[in-house]
Every structure is written in structure tokens, then in C-alpha cells.
Design a protein around this ligand. Structure first.
Ligand code: ASC
Length: 128
């Protein structure tokens, strides 16, 4: 999938960047910073639901290189990394379901859980 380790770094950073953008748009609604737009929430959640599956195959062995923000713990604690990724994927799927239902209260709750999943992994696996 990746010709060289730095290609994996670029790929995962691109995926995370897109996730932050699409999650940010939903979060702004969940936090009342922009008016709730059910269609926009649904569209962003659908994209996020696909994106959430992407970064994890882009941490192959040997890709702790260059200016990566990943900590060595990604490779030394693979089970914890995998379970954190899966929790994010599951929470994003719930957010997608809430957005499909057009239920703002459900979206708020699910977005909160997604944010917690992001943060929990960053604490162990991402350099500040
Ligand atoms: C975001 C974003 C993150 C997470 C994190 C949650 O919107 O870009 O990295 O949420 O801040 O605590």
C-alpha cells in the first residue's frame, strides 16, 4: 500500500486532518456554535464514518519516521492502539446513526463520546 514509510505518514495525517474537519463541523452544531442543520450533520457524519476506518492501516512497522506525531507507543502497545481505534470507529458509527435520525440530542451525546475517543488515544499515542 505504501512505497515508502513517509508515504504512510502522509496518508494517516491526511486521514486525520479530514476527520478533524468533518467532525469539527458536527461538533460546532453539537456545541451550539453554529445552527443545527440536519442535512449537513448527516453528510458530515457519513463522510466521517468512512474516514474513521482509514488511518489504522497506515501505521506499518518501520513508519515511526520523519516528523511523525506518532509516539513509539503505537508500535510498542499495539493491542491498546487497536482497541482505541476500534472504540473510535464504533463511536463514530453511533454518531452516524444519530445524524441519520436527525436527532440533535443523540448527536450531542454521540459527538461527546467521539471526542473522548480522540482524546484518549492522543494522550498515549500522539506527541503534543
Ligand atoms: C477534534 C479534534 C481532535 C479531537 C480532540 C478531542 O475535533 O480535531 O483532535 O476533537 O480535540 O478532545
Amino acid at each position: 500500500q505504501f512505497a515508502k514509510p513517509t508515504d504512510a505518514v502522509k496518508y494517516r495525517e491526511a486521514a486525520f486532518k479530514l476527520m478533524a474537519n468533518h467532525f469539527g463541523r458536527i461538533n460546532a452544531m453539537a456545541q451550539g456554535k453554529v445552527p443545527f442543520d440536519a442535512k449537513a450533520a448527516q453528510a458530515n457524519a457519513e463522510v466521517l464514518n468512512m474516514l474513521a476506518k482509514l488511518p489504522w492501516d497506515a501505521f506499518p512497522a518501520g513508519s515511526n519516521v520523519g516528523n511523525t506525531e506518532a509516539k513509539p507507543e503505537v508500535w510498542s502497545q499495539p493491542d491498546k492502539f487497536k482497541s482505541g481505534a476500534q472504540l473510535l470507529i464504533d463511536n463514530v458509527a453511533k454518531l452516524d446513526a444519530a445524524a441519520k435520525a436527525g436527532n440533535l440530542d443523540q448527536i450531542k451525546a454521540a459527538a461527546g463520546e467521539v471526542g473522548k475517543s480522540c482524546k484518549a488515544c492522543h494522550e498515549t499515542f500522539k506527541k503534543d
